[in-house]
Design a protein around this ligand. Structure first.
Ligand code: AMP
Length: 420
């Protein structure tokens, strides 16, 4: 596999899939968080710095056909500021303007193409009326697959090499994330720096973790995390469970959970996880106590009880002192930590203490030499909220993509370049 750090881009035209799917202010369309734009800068700068030029492609949002509110134009000023240079913009991807602008690019120049999802063939998902029959849906999908190949071929025709640096969409088999690579020789396709570092962090945790290895799983539902938990049970020494999913486990074990979040159809699954952990010699840590509320509001009345004694009508919304003490102790003794999902409803101040305590514990473990990987939208938000992003080893930029990779799935965007 070609590595970007070994490639010299002098005189080379690179087409680069980036993830500029950034949040925009609803009224002004100003970019409100430029993390993803900054994530792509090392790759772009390497290419232009060596005398190559860059054609950037990205999606933004979920448009159905061409919709101006999903235009990538608001990204331009932010990108120009970070790169310190003018960035050209083509208001389409496959039309005359994109083709001529790409053809005329000079060394050091950067061209941004308009939202690739303005074309339904990017995703291969036809836009059909609800009344469409299954037959019609099948036929439309097959026709769009042909167009997807054409789109990929056209884009490939703009450049000498393809670089994929969009980790956030690596789990999608789209024209610009995977199919386009088929139209380049194998030594002309590579990952950018961002994907390389995401893969290095995840592979380190999955394949060569220093022991003890602790996974902290939180968030709302067991069902969203079950595949990840199953894969981790083969690898970790300690599995910490917190957040809303706690109560499905507690109820399965016969505890009282009041009105707390519970997936009634996952009670058996929770018991299976408990016995599988035992079988594999994994220490499973469930909360001991629970911070309960009489309503799902920040101004609710609160009370702390044992986790299996939540009063009728009350909901468990955070972990409390005894749990924080035990979890913190386990994390402090770990050499590798993976954290996915908050310990409580951290969006509300009253129920954010547990998540903040865990964020601090992960940062302290990092300071003592542990490798710590944070992934999944909400645990990343919790780390950022506590200003700890630079106090942990790696914060993943890909929510769904990270989850799927850690579950052991093959991601089309990764396989397209690295192979199986
Ligand atoms: P996830 O996307 O699965 O990581 O879930 C994140 C969400 O889980 C956040 O919005 C939290 O508010 C929510 N959450 C965490 N703990 C609880 C809880 N005890 N009860 C209800 N929701 C929770």
């Amino acid at each position: 596999m070609k590595m970007i750090q070994d490639f010299n881009f002098k005189g080379i035209k690179a087409i680069v899939r980036v993830d500029f799917n950034v949040p925009l202010d609803k009224k002004t369309f100003v970019v409100t968080d430029d993390t993803r734009i900054r994530g792509a800068l090392p790759t772009i700068k390497k290419i232009t710095g060596e005398g190559g030029c860059c054609i950037l492609m990205s999606h933004l949002g979920r448009p159905e056909g061409r919709m101006e509110k999903y235009s990538l134009k608001p990204v331009l000023p932010v990108l120009e500021k970070h790169l310190g240079q003018k960035v050209l913009f083509a208001d389409d991807c496959l039309g005359e303007s994109a083709r001529t602008m790409a053809a005329g690019l000079k060394p050091g120049e950067v061209l941004l193409l308009e939202n690739v999802r303005f074309y339904p063939e990017e995703e291969g998902k036809p836009i059909l009326p609800e009344t469409a029959t299954d037959e019609e849906k099948k036929a439309a999908k097959a026709a769009l697959k042909v167009k997807q190949k054409e789109m990929a071929k056209t884009l490939a025709g703009y450049a000498d090499v393809y670089v994929n640096d969009a980790f956030g969409t690596a789990h999608r088999a789209h024209a610009t994330t995977a199919v386009v690579s088929e139209y380049f020789p194998k030594d002309k396709i590579m990952f950018g720096f961002l994907i390389n570092s995401e893969l290095a962090a995840m592979d380190k945790v999955l394949h060569s973790p220093q022991k003890p290895f602790t996974a902290i799983m939180g968030g709302a539902k067991v069902s969203d995390k079950i595949l990840l938990i199953e894969n981790l049970l083969n690898r970790v020494d300690n599995l910490i469970i917190g957040g809303g999913m706690t109560y499905t486990f507690i109820k399965a074990m016969g505890g009282k959970i009041g009105k707390s979040l519970c997936e009634e159809d996952k009670l058996d699954l929770a018991l299976q996880i408990i016995s599988k952990a035992k079988e594999k010699g994994v220490n499973l840590y469930l909360p001991k106590d629970s911070l309960n509320a009489d309503k799902f509001e920040n101004d609710a009345n609160t009370d702390v009880t044992a986790v299996d004694a939540v009063p009728d009508g009350w909901l468990g919304l955070d972990i409390s002192e005894k749990t924080i003490a035990e979890f913190t102790d386990v994390i402090a003794k770990s050499k590798t930590v993976l954290w996915n999902g908050p310990m409580g409803v951290f969006e509300m101040e009253k129920f954010s203490r547990g998540t903040t305590a865990i964020a601090n514990a992960v940062a302290e473990a990092t300071a003592k030499g542990a490798f710590t990987l944070i992934g999944g939208g909400d645990s990343v938000a919790a780390i950022n909220k506590n200003n700890l992003a630079d106090k942990v080893s790696y914060v993943s930029t890909g929510g769904g993509a990270m989850l799927e990779y850690m579950e052991g799935k093959k991601l089309p965007g990764i396989v397209a370049i690295r192979g199986e």
